[in-house]
Design a protein around this ligand. Structure first.
Ligand code: FAD
Length: 367
């Protein structure tokens, strides 16, 4: 008999399992996929670690979380500075003074401020995402960075999208092109899968094992079940299905040393069906004479698609809240992670929430 059956070998499940194992609990981790690491999984191909479910850059402002992950991997000092390609021009991104120089020729923060004030489309009551962005930055920036990219990502005209999707459009009036502001960031040297192997070291893991294939059997194996899968699936979709945005990744090998000179290049033109190209070797400063790249295509959501980004609109939030209410009543089951919480989390947030959950359980036991 196990103390904990943990459904999902992703960041939440693996962190929870590590902590409870270190506290002397007996844990079994299962995952329906044939590998550990959930969406952080990297596959090593000829020395290049391919981020199979999208580019993952670790970043956090929390020193405790940063120290925690250092126990399981050495991190390099990778800094994320994507580029944007639009109509055969390359732009610095996130939008900063150099980007504004490329578009308008402005050279100082004050010139940039004045230019933005001049080009923005004044509107005191923007009704949708397009109107809102135009009121902030004007047409040229909207066309280059937002219009096509957002239409591709959401498969909707930005006129039909609410402005809260892009809560704020960061425009930096300096030359800082570091995507994240966090104090700590990097990529685990040797890939995320290695980090997870260390995180799960000494813990029993069964892959290709679906909890729903025999729920009663799995429930009978342990005192408590930690569920990190989809909460709507857990409750057999009784209140309806939660929607996600999904993606298709097209990986390819190229017998050249460098394909695009950067880890991430966003393609913002509507006519190009993918949203970005990732060149994996740049995450670890690879020197191989060949390379692997991945094109990322947004796809229409279907029930058996891989869920990537939750769509936290009113309809889905209402459905989720009904599941959440049920889950609060459970005594055998513990829910955690991005699918059970139906929230987009970065990796450091998932680790933080698993560590917090373990702390709360400990406090309840010792109270
Ligand atoms: P998951 O990684 O999804 O793990 C859940 C696991 O549960 C899966 O392996 C699944 O197979 C398993 N499972 C589900 N149901 C069952 C079942 N019935 N039986 C058995 N197993 C089951 N975060 C960052 O910090 N930086 C980034 O740059 C970044 N980039 C991202 C890019 C993309 C495209 C996406 C989608 C996410 C990105 N993230 C990034 C977020 C990061 O992927 C998540 O924070 C993290 O993977 C969440 O971990 P998790 O354990 O909650 O979920």
């Amino acid at each position: 008999m196990y103390d904990y059956l943990i459904v999902g070998a992703g960041m939440y499940g693996a962190t929870f399992a590590r902590e409870m194992t270190d506290k002397g609990k007996k844990c079994l981790v299962i995952d329906r996929r044939s590998h550990i690491a959930g969406n952080c999984y990297t596959e090593n191909k000829e020395g290049i670690n391919i981020h199979k479910y999208g580019a993952h850059i670790f970043h956090t402002d929390d020193e405790n979380i940063w120290n925690y992950v250092q126990r399981f991997a050495e991190f390099n000092n990778f800094k994320n500075s994507p580029r944007v390609r639009y109509k055969d021009k390359i732009y610095s991104f996130p939008i900063n003074l150099f980007t504004l120089y490329q578009i308008y020729g402005v050279q100082t923060p004050e010139e940039a401020r004045q230019k933005l004030e001049e080009v923005r489309v004044k509107n005191d009551n923007p009704q949708n995402l397009e109107e809102w962005i135009l009121s902030q930055v004007g047409e040229e920036i909207y066309d280059i960075f937002i219009k096509g990219y957002t239409t591709k990502q959401w498969m909707k005209d930005p006129k039909e999208l609410p402005s809260f999707i892009i809560k704020r459009l960061p425009i930096r009036l300096n030359f800082n092109d570091n995507y994240f502001f966090d104090r700590f960031q990097g990529i685990p040297i040797g890939g995320y899968t290695k980090l997870f192997e260390n995180l799960l070291s000494g813990i029993e893991v069964q892959l290709d094992t679906d909890y729903f294939a025999d729920r009663d059997y799995f429930d009978g194996l342990a005192d408590k079940v930690v569920f990190t899968g989809r909460i709507d699936e857990f409750y057999n979709y009784r209140f309806g299905e939660l929607e996600y945005r999904t993606l298709r990744f097209e990986h390819s090998y190229h017998a050249i040393e460098d394909y695009q000179g950067n880890a991430v290049v966003n393609y913002t033109e509507l006519d190009i069906p993918y949203t970005r190209i990732i060149e994996h070797k740049h995450f670890e400063f690879g020197k191989q004479p060949y390379t692997y790249v991945t094109k990322e295509y947004p796809e229409v959501w279907q029930k058996d698609s891989i869920p990537y980004y939750p769509i936290n609109d009113d309809t889905n939030t209402k459905i989720f809240n009904q599941y959440k209410t049920l889950s609060k009543e459970e005594t055998k089951y513990i829910f955690g992670g991005r699918l059970a919480d139906y929230r987009y989390y970065d990796m450091h947030q998932v680790i933080g929430s698993a560590l917090a959950k373990v702390r709360r359980i400990e406090e309840t036991i010792s109270a």
